[in-house]
Structure formats: structure tokens, C-alpha cells
Design a protein around this ligand. Structure first.
Ligand SMILES: *[C@@H]1O[C@H](CO)[C@@H](O)[C@H](O)[C@H]1NC(C)=O
Ligand SMILES: *[C@@H]1O[C@H](CO)[C@@H](O)[C@H](O)[C@H]1NC(C)=O
Ligand SMILES: *[C@@H]1O[C@H](CO)[C@@H](O)[C@H](O)[C@H]1NC(C)=O
Ligand SMILES: *[C@@H]1O[C@H](CO)[C@@H](O)[C@H](O)[C@H]1NC(C)=O
Ligand SMILES: *[C@@H]1O[C@H](CO)[C@@H](O)[C@H](O)[C@H]1NC(C)=O
Length: 769
């Protein structure tokens, strides 16, 4: 078969046609305020004067607004205020892994911007463990966002990233997150947010676009056996809250300086998060000092009233949310009910002022009140800057860096084009397009390179789907076996898509869907050459049968790899790129799904109930593949070159632990200053092929306070040529990295033996006073 180059053109045509049918009206001027050219009087208004500080400008505008006008600034669909030259603004745009038209503030248009670069779904990007990559993607996305804003097709506020912990493998939205580990999730959040928000001129108070860390907090059940997110009450211990669910949000605000945090649909310990003053006002605003706005999830104020029944009237729900510290409502509740809530004395006008001021301040920092954006920084960006070759290459690079090699019988992969002259490409995802984007926050991609197209560009292929669709209830075995028996090698592309894993859709089973296992085993038996199994999925799959089947020579996990997924896959299969990704979540056996209730939020195991606990930090049972697993075409050895055996904490003579036995001490400022040391690890690539290598530094703290059995302290990714070596250095902060959270949610430095692990290397470090 000839390479499928003609297919690209027809895919593009299809996109153009489908946008026509969607009847998206294109626009070519942006929404903004303070158009002095059009209305010279605006020049005399302080709020339009970009040389003044934000606070002064906000106060000036607040003085000019009526209460009704202010209320219009409490909802995502903010009204225009024509008498003051302020255009309408829709706060709701999404950019989880590229510009998306899921929110009301962004749309594509056939004549101006028919699509945007669609990067891999986040779970695969996270598998690259490359902070530079996370940030670089954020930066590319915000450039496309500004380009679309300039032609009236996007907003400036994006409700991404999703930084909830991927606690349970069945969660339909786990794919949107960076995985199960709080350290990786926090680092992803910070890097992606900074990539989106930071301006090239380094002005910290102004933002390129505004990001949003969501969904705050302990949100990770969408719909499992009748438990849906709109009714779900997450019962979370103080300990799990502090060492699992909160850290990504805390980092996002403190280290990422995120523009926004969004509260979630669920309740936490009996209270809807969007109406909880402790979670919003005290923690996000008070302790973390958010410089930005707190938003609701879409319609979640209404959900408080109608699903959680935590209030009796719509006015009470509106008042509770505002009083709790919420600033912006995705939805209409605050537009409809705030005035009556004020009249009923349920909320004070000063609270509305606080919320509106926070929202307006954000738009000021985004330049919305600075006049025509095409005359400001980023003003020359336009349609030509969307789907650039560089951004599309970055999408392919991100997929290559994330793809994980799970099994490789010596010499199976990479395929050598001189021996493998024909390839049977089989499976329901073998020619996947939309499935490669994952989830429902994808936009329209610039184009697709399907697995079949990617492989066909390098070798002669024969394609058979083998099943009717990913649910695979009808097998098409004969043709699939036939092509497998004649080709030099087989690539099976299996897994799921958004019909099985998505928002509002949690899985019941974690096996491959329908009859996919039968297809795999039949095709494998019939095959002439090596069989490469490719799993396209968001969550982990129980693929023990394939793992054990010796005729399946290699297994790759490609997540949902984005628009260039097929090209990236081909790069790896034919050795143009050495895989270096590691799975960012535990792959459990199906028995886990049969035994564990998804609504049990406890991270820690419980002997009394038989709950085995969640994630590599607490779960001790059998896994199909552990967190952090991933192979390379090279191999690497580690050795410790520098690490202390002992760290002594200088305690004041009067400290209580001087006179009595302590197993831990409070990680407070007085003991924590300058308690930092270095660990250095030598890494050598002892293989034949150059490539990336991820160094994961774990520690096992002393067994106190139900501490995790192991936790990721930090990670670094290095690139090494064959036989090349390097030294990777980690700065370990005793209070941050060697602390554990106790049962009351307090951070404690654990005294005693901490075992550090890097690959096979272990080192014991004693922490004492
Ligand atoms: C947005 O608000 C305006 C009023 O400011 C209203 O006319 C319009 O219908 C609203 N649009 C949506 C989608 O709610
Ligand atoms: C409104 O403000 C007054 C004065 O500070 C205070 O006494 C009252 O409790 C507030 N009302 C509400 C609903 O918070
Ligand atoms: C693969 O998918 C592309 C894009 O949908 C389509 O144009 C092409 O015909 C498909 N190829 C085969 C062999 O079915
Ligand atoms: C889950 O697996 C069980 C046992 O194999 C099966 O009976 C059930 O139909 C499966 N459910 C779904 C939703 O796939
Ligand atoms: C990390 O990603 C960046 C951006 O794509 C890339 O330039 C760099 O080579 C990557 N690092 C490694 C070690 O692969």
C-alpha cells in the first residue's frame, strides 16, 4: 500500500465542512474596554489609564458602577456596560491540552481559525516527567489563545488545568489530570500555569492569559454505579486532605501564582465546596493569598440548592457562595438571585464589591481595560500563529516524550525497516482520529495523523479494524487473522475512547473493553512475526494476559496522544525516537475494581474493612504495572555520588523534644530555616541508543503517623548519548521533603530512618535532633 498522504487533505476538508455545518459565526474584532479612539471621553476615566496601578483603576470603576451593573460582573457571561465603553465578556474558555471550544468564550471559524493545535491529553504529557515540556506547551497554547482573542474568537481566561489527583483508575476524567502523585501533579500545575500566564516582558502583575486550577477539592468521582458528582459527598480525612488532595492546589496558588481556582460540584465532609468559607475564604484567600478570582464550576451554585439541598432558597445559595468567598459564577444563579439576597439581608453589598473587584482586577491584569489589544503586547498575533508547524511539531514531540514502553522482548522494538517490509495494523483504534484527543475538552485539531497514517508513511501497511468499534462487541476475526499471518509484523492498536472514559462516565471494569482480549489473542496466534500491542487509553488497563503472552513481543501505552499521535507512535516503533515516558498512575488488576468501592475516598488502607488503599504511596497489593514504570531502548545505571547519612536538626534548648522522646517535630519556621542538603546521583546510559531518562527520587519515611510507604520527593529528566554519563543533583529540603502529615493534618518532620530510592539504589538517611 502507498503511504496515505492524500488522507491529510481530505481530513482537512472534513474539518472545514463540519465547521460550516456547525454554523460558527466568525468575528474579527476582539472584545475589550476603553476604546479611546472611538470614544475620547474614556480618556478621562482613571479605570482606562493603564499607567495607574490596578487597585486605583478598580476602585475608580467600582465607584462608577450601579449595583445592577456590578451583579452583571458576577457571572461568566458578563454583560456589556455600554455607557462606560465596556464590551461584554465571556469568562468561560478552556485550554486543557490546546484551545478548546467547550467553553462559551471560544469558538472556531472556518474562514479565520478552523482549528488549533491539539496536544496530547494531559495524562500522556505528564508521563514525560519533563517540566520544561509542560511549560513549553502552556506557552504555545497561550500564544494560540492570544491569536484567537485578537480576532474575537477566544477569551482571556481559561479554566485549565485539572489538577485533581487520579485516585481511582475508573475515574473518567483521570485522563485530564497529571496522574496519581501529588508531587508530579503539583509540578505539572505550576509549569503549565506559568507557561500559560507569564508574559515575555517579565511583568509579573500582568498576565498573557489567566489559568485556573480546578476542581477544588477532593473531586474525583463523576458517575460510578449511581453515585454522581452532583450529589456526591466526599468523606475525606484531615490527613488525606493535606497530603493528597490539597497539595496541587496549594502549589498552583503559591508557586504558580494562578489567576483562579474553581470549586467543585461535590461536597467535602458534608458541605458543598463552593459554599464552604473554610475552603475558600480561609484557605485559598487567607492562607495561600490567591491574587485572582475564585470561580464556581458551571451551575454549581444551583447544584448546591437543587442537588445537595444545602440551602432552602436560591437566594440563600447565592449568598452562601458569595459569603464563602466565591467571586464568579459559571452559570446564572448570581445574576438572578444576588439582588434579592441583598434585599433579604443574606449578603452584604460589600461582599459583592469584593467579588466584583477581584474579577475586574483580573481583567485589568489581562489588558482588557487597556484599549485595543491589537495595539498592545501580543497584538500582532493572529490566525497565522495558530497551528504553526512549530506548534504541531511540539504536539508530536510531546506525544513521543510521553509514550511509555511497557514490555519489550530483547530486539523486538524498534522495528528495523530493512527486515520489516510489511505491517498489519489492526484494532479499533488503529485508524483513530477523534479518539486520539481524549475527553471532552479537545478543540478541533489542525489535522490528524492516525496510527495507520503515521506507520504507513514509513512502511507498507495493511489495515483491519478487527472489531466494530472500541466497545468491540462484534469481532471481525477472519480478515484480521489473515492479514496478521501474511505481514512481517503486527501492530495492534486497542484501548478505549470517550465512549468509555469521559466526564460523567467512570468505568466499572478496568479490563480491555468487550472482546478486545479475544481479538488480541487470536491475532497473536495467527501472526507470522512480532506483535506490538498499543494501548490507547486514559486510565490503566488490566492487560495481564498480554503481558504474559510471549508472542506479544512489545507493549506500548500511548495515552490519548493528540493530533500527531500516529506520527509519534511511528517514530517510536521504528526507532526514530527512544521512548522515555513513565506511567504516572498505578495499573491495577481487574480484581481491584471488583473489590474496592470507588466512593471510599481513603487513600490509606484499612484492615478492618479490607480497603487496600490507593496509589503507589499506600496500596500494597498486586499491580499490573507500578507507578513510574517505563522501559527504554537503552538501559541506565545509577550510583549515589553524594548524600549525607545523618541530618541533625538544631533544636532550641527549650524545645519539648529536648526533654522527652519525640518521633516527629512540627515542621515550623523556627526549625525549618536553611535545613537543605544535596543528593547527587550518577547516571550512565549503558545502552546503544541515545535518549531521555527520568530520574525519580523516592523516599520511605519512618513508619509513624500512617506515613506513605514511599513517596516521590522530586524528579529530573536528562538526555544521554550511548555510554554517556552525567550527575543529577537534587536539593532536599528537610521540612518539605522529609516531613509527613499527621492524623490532624499537620506537617511533621519524621525523626529516624528515611530510605531514599533511585532506581535500584537505596540509601539510608538518619534524621535526628
Ligand atoms: C448573556 O447575557 C446577556 C445579557 O447581558 C443575555 O442577553 C444573553 O442571552 C446571555 N447569554 C447566554 C448564553 O446566557
Ligand atoms: C452585614 O454587615 C453587618 C455590619 O458589618 C454585619 O453586622 C452583618 O452580619 C452582615 N450581614 C451578613 C449577612 O453577613
Ligand atoms: C483512516 O482514517 C482517515 C481519517 O478519518 C480516513 O480518511 C481514511 O480513509 C481511513 N483509512 C482507512 C484505510 O480506512
Ligand atoms: C464487568 O465485568 C463483569 C465480569 O467480567 C461483567 O459481567 C460486566 O458485564 C462488565 N461490566 C461492564 C460495564 O463492562
Ligand atoms: C524536555 O522537553 C523540552 C521541550 O520539548 C526538550 O527540549 C527537552 O529536550 C526535553 N528534555 C529531555 C531530557 O528529553
Amino acid at each position: 500500500m502507498a503511504p496515505h498522504f492524500q488522507v491529510y487533505a481530505s481530513t482537512f476538508l472534513l474539518l472545514v465542512l463540519s465547521s460550516h455545518w456547525m454554523n460558527v459565526k466568525s468575528q474579527n474584532s476582539p472584545h475589550f474596554a476603553c476604546d479611546i479612539g472611538k470614544n475620547p471621553i474614556l480618556k478621562s476615566y482613571a479605570f482606562c489609564d493603564s499607567s495607574l496601578n490596578v487597585k486605583t483603576r478598580v476602585n475608580d470603576l467600582m465607584k462608577r458602577l450601579t449595583l445592577e451593573e456590578k451583579i452583571g460582573y458576577l457571572v461568566n457571561n458578563a454583560s456589556s456596560i455600554d455607557r462606560l465603553g465596556i464590551a461584554k465578556y465571556n469568562w468561560w474558555s478552556e485550554a486543557l491540552h490546546g484551545l478548546s471550544d467547550t467553553g462559551r468564550g471560544t469558538s472556531f471559524s472556518d474562514d479565520l481559525v478552523p482549528g488549533a493545535t491539539s496536544f496530547p491529553q494531559v495524562i500522556l504529557t505528564a508521563a514525560s516527567f519533563n517540566e520544561t515540556l509542560f511549560k513549553t506547551i502552556g506557552k504555545a497554547v497561550s500564544t494560540e489563545a492570544r491569536a484567537m482573542y485578537n480576532v474575537g474568537l477566544a477569551g482571556l481566561t481559561f479554566w485549565s488545568p485539572n489538577v485533581n489527583i487520579f485516585r481511582d483508575p475508573r475515574w473518567g476524567r483521570g485522563q485530564e489530570t497529571p496522574g496519581e502523585d501529588p508531587t508530579l501533579t503539583s509540578k505539572y500545575a505550576v509549569a503549565y500555569v506559568r507557561g500559560l500566564q507569564e508574559r515575555d516582558d517579565g511583568d509579573k502583575n500582568r498576565l498573557k492569559v489567566g489559568a485556573c486550577c480546578k476542581h477544588y477539592t477532593a473531586y474525583d468521582v463523576d458517575n460510578w454505579k449511581g453515585n454522581d458528582r452532583l450529589h456526591f459527598n466526599a468523606e475525606v480525612t484531615k490527613q488525606d486532605m493535606e497530603d493528597t488532595f490539597q497539595p496541587p492546589f496549594k502549589s498552583c496558588v503559591l508557586d504558580g501564582n494562578v489567576a483562579s481556582v474553581m470549586c467543585s460540584y461535590n461536597e467535602v465532609n458534608g458541605k458543598p465546596t463552593c459554599g464552604d468559607p473554610n475552603l475558600l475564604k480561609e484557605i485559598i484567600r487567607g492562607q495561600w493569598k490567591l491574587n485572582g478570582y475564585i470561580s464556581s464550576d458551571c451551575d454549581s451554585i444551583d447544584v448546591m440548592l437543587t442537588k445537595h439541598h444545602s440551602e432552602n432558597t436560591a437566594e440563600e445559595a447565592a449568598a452562601d457562595a458569595l459569603n464563602a468567598g466565591l467571586d464568579l459564577n459559571c452559570g446564572d444563579s448570581l445574576r438572578l438571585h444576588t439582588l434579592n439576597a441583598i434585599k433579604a439581608g443574606l449578603v452584604n453589598k460589600s461582599v459583592v464589591d469584593r467579588a466584583v473587584s477581584n474579577n475586574i482586577a483580573m481583567l485589568m491584569r489581562l489588558g482588557f481595560f487597556d484599549g485595543n489589544p491589537t495595539k498592545q503586547m501580543y497584538g500582532t498575533l493572529g490566525p497565522k500563529d495558530v497551528c504553526t508547524p512549530a506548534n504541531q511539531e511540539l504536539a508530536r514531540e510531546a506525544a513521543r516524550q510521553g509514550i511509555v514502553l511497557l514490555k519489550n522482548k530483547l530486539g523486538s522494538l524498534p522495528l528495523v525497516p530493512t527486515t520489516i517490509k510489511s505491517l498489519a495494523v489492526i484494532g479499533p483504534n488503529a485508524n483513530a482520529t477523534r479518539a486520539m484527543l481524549g475527553g471532552n475538552y479537545a478543540g478541533i485539531p489542525c489535522q490528524y495523523t492516525t496510527p495507520l497514517q503515521g506507520l504507513s508513511a514509513l512502511v507498507q501497511t495493511i489495515y483491519e479494524p478487527g472489531c466494530n468499534n472500541v466497545e468491540c462487541d462484534i469481532l471481525q476475526l477472519d480478515k484480521a487473522k489473515n492479514v496478521a499471518s501474511t505481514a512481517d509484523a503486527v501492530v495492534l492498536v486497542m484501548g478505549s475512547d470517550l465512549s468509555l472514559e469521559d466526564e460523567t462516565k467512570d468505568r466499572i471494569n478496568i479490563t480491555l473493553p468487550g472482546q478486545q482480549n479475544a481479538l488480541i489473542s487470536e491475532v497473536t496466534s495467527a501472526s507470522k512475526g512480532p506483535v506490538i500491542l498499543v494501548i490507547m487509553s486514559g486510565g490503566g488497563m488490566d492487560i495481564q494476559a498480554a503481558k504474559k503472552n510471549s508472542k506479544i513481543t512489545s507493549i506500548l501505552w500511548v495515552g490519548f496522544p493528540g493530533e500527531a499521535g500516529g506520527a509519534a507512535l511511528a517514530d517510536i516503533v521504528f526507532g526514530r525516537f527512544n521512548p522515555s515516558g513513565r506511567i504516572p498512575m498505578t495499573w491495577y488488576p481487574q480484581s481491584f475494581a471488583e473489590k474496592v468501592s470507588m466512593i471510599n475516598m481513603n487513600m490509606r488502607p484499612d484492615l478492618a474493612t479490607g480497603h487496600p488503599g490507593y496509589t503507589y504511596r499506600f496500596y500494597k497489593g498486586e499491580t499490573v504495572y507500578p507507578f513510574g514504570f517505563g522501559l527504554s531502548y537503552a538501559s541506565h545505571v545509577h550510583h549515589l555520588t553524594k548524600a549525607p547519612n545523618l541530618v541533625s536538626i538544631p533544636l532550641h534548648m527549650a524545645h519539648v523534644c529536648r526533654s522527652s522522646e519525640c518521633t516527629s517535630i512540627d515542621a515550623m519556621d523556627d526549625v525549618c530555616t536553611d535545613l537543605v542538603f544535596k543528593i547527587e546521583i550518577g547516571v550512565t546510559n549503558v545502552g546503544q541508543m541515545e535518549g531521555g531518562h527520568i530520574v525519580l527520587l523516592f523516599s520511605s519515611p519512618p513508619k509513624i503517623h500512617n506515613a506513605p510507604q514511599k513517596k516521590l520527593l522530586d524528579f529530573k529528566k536528562v538526555f544521554l548519548g550511548s555510554r554517556q554519563q552525567t550527575v543529577v543533583s537534587f536539593k532536599v529540603d528537610v521540612c518539605k521533603h522529609l516531613s509527613v502529615v499527621d492524623e490532624d493534618g499537620n506537617n511533621k518532620v519524621a525523626l529516624g530512618e528515611h530510605v531514599l530510592h533511585v532506581g535500584d539504589v537505596k540509601h539510608t538517611l538518619n534524621v535526628n535532633i
